[in-house]
Design a protein around this ligand. Structure first.
Ligand code: PLP
Length: 366
C-alpha cells in the first residue's frame, strides 16, 4: 500500500529532536503565549517577507480573525473562490458577512480574477485569494483589482507556505495571510494550529487582541474577542519542522517533476506551474474525465488517493445554492480531480509504482 501521505515517516526522521523540543516546553512550565510561539511568529513572518506573525488555534481561526481584523462584518460581501476547502468561505459567514463565490481558472484551480471583478458590488469589502494545492493565485492581478475597488485582500495560504508569486512570497501580497498547521499541511503540527502574517501594524495589533478575548492588556477587554492561541508545544514542534521545510518543499517539487515525466502522454491533466509561480505542491492533483473509475483502479493496485474536493463550496449543503451553471469550472474540477501521493519521504520506487499504476488505471478507466 502506498499512502497518500505518511506522517509517521516524517516524524521517525526527526523523532529525537521533536521529543527534546516537547520536553523543553514541559520543563518550562509555560504553555500559552510564550517564547516558542513568539520565536515561531518571527520566523514565519520573515519567511513571508512581512513584519508580524500572530499564532492562533487553527488555519480556520486565522481566516476568521484576519477577516474580523480588517473590519468584515454583517452586511459586507467578500469574494471567495467556489472551489476550495470550506473554511475559505465559512469563516466569512461566521462573521455575519456574505461569501460571494467566484469561479476558478481551470489550469491553476485559483480565483478567476476577471470573474472576481464582475462579482464586485457596492457592498464588496474584501477578497479571499486561496493558493490552492500550493499554487499561488495571480496576486498581482488580485492586488490591482483590490486597489481599484478599495477591497481588503486576505490570502488563504493554508496550503502554500513557502510559495512565491512574481518574486514575492505568498503572505506578502495581502493585508493579511493565513497559514494552517493542520498535521498534513506542508508545515504541520502534532495537532491544530494556525498563524496570521501581515505587514500592517494595525491588523497585527487587532489580531493579537482578538485571539485573547479582546484584551488590550491587564484584563481590559475593549472588544468581543476569541480564545484562539497557538500553544507552546505546537510552536516548539513547528520550529523543529520549519528547519526542514525548505528541503521538504524541494523534495515535493522534485516529485512533481518526476510525475510529469512518468505520466506524460496519459489521458490525465497534470498540474501546471505558471511562469510567475513557485508551486509548493501541497497536493499533486490531476484530472481524469472518469475520475471515480480512475481512483478505484488505483485503489485496487494499492495506491492511496483522495479527492480535494468532491463538492464546490457553494454546492455544500451548508450553503446550498449550488450554482452549477454559474461556476462551471468549480463543478468540473470537483468531478475530475484526484490527488496522488506527494510527500517528501515518498521513495523513487514508490513514485514509479504510482506512475505505473496510473498508466494501468488509465487503460482500465478509458
Ligand atoms: C486546511 C485549510 C484551511 C483550514 O485550516 P485548519 O488549520 O484546518 O483550520 C483553510 N483553507 C484551506 C485552503 C485549507 O487547506
Amino acid at each position: 500500500m502506498i499512502p497518500l501521505v505518511d506522517l509517521t515517516r516524517q516524524h521517525a526522521a526527526i523523532r529525537e529532536e521533536l521529543l527534546r523540543a516537547m520536553a523543553s516546553v514541559l520543563d518550562s512550565g509555560q504553555f500559552i503565549l510564550g517564547a516558542q510561539g513568539r520565536a515561531l511568529e518571527g520566523e514565519l513572518a520573515a519567511l513571508s517577507g512581512v513584519r508580524h506573525g500572530i499564532g492562533v488555534a487553527s488555519g480556520t481561526d486565522a481566516l476568521r480573525l484576519a477577516l474580523a481584523a480588517v473590519g468584515i462584518g454583517p452586511g459586507d460581501e467578500v469574494l471567495t473562490p467556489a472551489f476550495s476547502f470550506v473554511a475559505s468561505a465559512s469563516t466569512i459567514a461566521m462573521l455575519g458577512a456574505t461569501p460571494v463565490f467566484v469561479d476558478i481558472e481551470p489550469e491553476t484551480f485559483t480565483l478567476d480574477v476577471a470573474a472576481a471583478e464582475r462579482a464586485v458590488t457596492p457592498r464588496t469589502r474584501a477578497i479571499v485569494a486561496v493558493h490552492l494545492y500550493g499554487h499561488p493565485a495571480a496576486m498581482d492581478r488580485v492586488a490591482a483589482l483590490a486597489r481599484a475597488h478599495r477591497l481588503a485582500v486576505i490570502e488563504d495560504a493554508a496550503q502554500a507556505v513557502g510559495a512565491v508569486w512574481a518574486g514575492r512570497p505568498v503572505g506578502a501580497w495581502g493585508d493579511a495571510a493565513c497559514l494552517s498547521f493542520y498535521p498534513t499541511k506542508n508545515l504541520g503540527a502534532c495537532g491544530d494550529g494556525g498563524m496570521i502574517v501581515t505587514d500592517r501594524d494595525d491588523v497585527a495589533e487587532r489580531v493579537r487582541r482578538l485571539r485573547h478575548h479582546g484584551d488590550a492588556g491587564r484584563y481590559r477587554h475593549v472588544e468581543l474577542g476569541y480564545c484562539s492561541r497557538l500553544d507552546e508545544l505546537q510552536a516548539a514542534v513547528l520550529r523543529v519542522k520549519l528547519g526542514r521545510l525548505a528541503a521538504w518543499t524541494e523534495a515535493r517539487r522534485r516529485i512533481a517533476v518526476r510525475y510529469a515525466e512518468l505520466l506524460r502522454g496519459l489521458p490525465l491533466v497534470l498540474p501546471v506551474e505558471r511562469r510567475d509561480a513557485r508551486h509548493v505542491y501541497h497536493l499533486f492533483s490531476v484530472r481524469h474525465a472518469q475520475r471515480d473509475a480512475f481512483v478505484k483502479a488505483l485503489a485496487d493496485q494499492g495506491v492511496g488517493t483522495a479527492v480535494h474536493y468532491p463538492l464546490p463550496v457553494p454546492g455544500q449543503p451548508l450553503f446550498g445554492d449550488g450554482g452549477e451553471r454559474r461556476f462551471p469550472e468549480a463543478w468540473r474540477a470537483a468531478r475530475e480531480v484526484c490527488s496522488l501521493p506527494c510527500f517528501a519521504e515518498l521513495t523513487d520506487a514508490e513514485l514509479e509504482q504510482v506512475a505505473a499504476a496510473a498508466r494501468q488505471a488509465c487503460e482500465r478507466a478509458a
